[in-house]
Design a protein around this ligand. Structure first.
Ligand SMILES: Cc1ncc(COP(=O)(O)O)c(C=O)c1O
Length: 459
């Protein structure tokens, strides 16, 4: 007996996608007159009409302007309400303005915001980070980008090696060394890289994720100070490590004298101690930012006792403010008060249980809709983060995941959802759960997703 044609072979008509997109764009414009007016006015003072260039990437003809946000919801200036599954691309994974953090921020901001002197909150936070993430020594920044940049400097300084290694299609913030990708197996500036100081191939080795042979060969040059990696790639869809990958990769790093730096800014979604704690991995260095202070600017980086000892030995008191690691506002009293409240009261084990169960509800609903429609897509999850990709099975590398991207289709799915009260991230198809997200929010997304796919496939 012949096997039935797998439902996952069905594809859609591109002309139909364009027609649906044009209908959705008209609906969006008609329903957002106030955002449209603000965007028009913004052209006169903001470059590109937005406060930050990537805000142009939203699927509508202009970004929705926000009136206010609470928990997992926000309202725009036109009075429309949304379920927020973007959550500031993880900056608001805590939910918007969670009460303990908002109260701590209000309290501290009335008592001094920045002093260039420590407050006792710094100790509480340092002790909590050590206990949560398993590394003993910590420093603070305003962003995860800076935490990555400073960790890279430390790795270079103590190994005496010039390069770092990253995975193809990684994202670690606006760190020059990481804006690199492979084209035909050759490393070079990533598409869209604006004004690179040098060809990043000079500073960086880049390989595909999950390829131990490539890692061994790259490290064998003996010039790599550190591997900078998300333990699970989250910025090109979700790409999980193959079983045992990180244990072997960490052994290779040790053998070649390379440090392992985990950027857990997004993979904190795996659990209260991040992916490494959940899976018993022990990086030499650790970075996290975004939700660590409920969205108030804050980042932090930690290191092992051995690294701490080596860097302390090299730092001279006279030069410790001009060594390329700094930031006048870093470690400020307000960020630390917000970090303390977030770690103590918001990103708790109980909150993660709730968030992870909702992400399972999301992937169950989306997987059922994909199966029913028979589209060649799949959905995957990492803790409280879920993501659908336009390919039938999970990718093994950033290159494979990137090859499945379909910008037009992505924008259609996002705009269709936005027009029905759901915000997804403007980059790929990520949905994140916060402690304030409710089952009804997820069920709304499942219904809307299912309708979008149905409309796309019918006719
Ligand atoms: C894994 C990871 N690290 C670092 C960053 C940089 O964060 P920020 O832009 O807040 O510095 C990002 C931003 O998306 C990220 O995804």
């Amino acid at each position: 007996m012949n096997a039935p044609v797998p439902a996952s072979r069905k594809s859609f008509d591109r002309a139909r996608l364009h027609a649906l997109m044009s209908r959705e764009e008209q609906r969006f414009i008609a329903e957002h007159p106030k955002s449209a007016a603000l965007y028009k006015r913004a052209q006169r003072s903001l470059l590109g009409g937005v406060p930050m260039n990537w805000m142009k990437k939203w699927a509508g003809k202009f970004p929705v302007f926000v009136a206010e946000a609470h928990g997992a919801q926000f309202t725009d200036v036109d009075g429309r309400e949304y379920v927020d599954l973007c959550l500031g691309d993880t900056g608001a994974m805590t939910g918007h303005s969670p009460a303990p953090a908002a109260e701590a921020i209000a309290r501290q901001s009335a008592k001094g915001i920045t002093l260039m002197l420590p407050t006792e909150d710094a100790l509480w936070v340092g002790e909590e980070l050590a206990q949560r993430f398993g590394l003993p020594y910590w420093q603070f920044t305003l962003t995860a980008t800076d935490a990555n940049r400073f960790s890279i400097r430390i790795a270079r300084e103590i190994t005496g090696r010039p390069k770092i290694l990253v995975f193809n299609y990684c994202y670690h913030g606006t760190v020059d060394e990481t804006f690199v990708s492979l084209r035909g197996g050759v490393a070079g500036p990533r598409r869209g890289n604006i004004g690179p100081p040098v060809n990043p191939a000079e500073t960086t080795r880049v390989i595909e994720f999950n390829d131990l042979g490539a890692l061994d060969s790259a490290l064998a040059h003996g010039d790599v100070a550190c591997i900078l990696a998300e333990p699970v790639m989250t910025n090109v869809g979700i790409v999980h490590p193959a079983p045992g990958y990180w244990v072997s990769a960490a052994q290779l790093a040790r053998r070649h004298g390379t440090l392992l730096l985990f950027d857990e800014t997004h993979t904190i979604c795996a659990g209260p101690g991040g992916y490494s704690r959940e899976h018993g991995l022990r990086p030499d260095m650790f970075v996290i930012g975004k939700p660590i202070a409920s969205g108030l600017p804050a980042g932090t980086y930690g290191c092992s006792a051995d690294i701490a000892e080596q860097i302390t030995r090299r730092m001279k008191l006279e030069d410790c403010d001009t060594g390329g690691i700094g930031g006048t506002l870093a470690g400020n009293a307000l960020s630390l008060a917000a970090m303390r409240a977030t770690l103590e009261h918001v990103l708790t084990p109980a909150a993660f249980e709730h968030m992870i169960s909702l992400a399972k509800r999301f992937t169950d609903g989306v997987a059922a809709a994909i199966a029913e429609a028979g589209v060649p897509w799949h959905v995957t999850r990492l803790g409280c983060r879920a993501e659908y990709l336009f390919r039938p099975g999970p990718p093994r590398s950033g290159g494979e995941a990137a090859a499945a991207a379909d910008f037009e289709l992505e924008r259609f799915m996002h705009l269709y959802a936005l027009n029905r009260g759901i915000l997804l991230t403007p980059f790929h198809n990520m949905a994140l759960m916060s402690p304030a997200t409710a089952p009804a929010d997820i069920d709304l997304h499942t219904r809307v997703f299912s309708e979008a796919v149905h409309e796309l496939m019918s006719g």
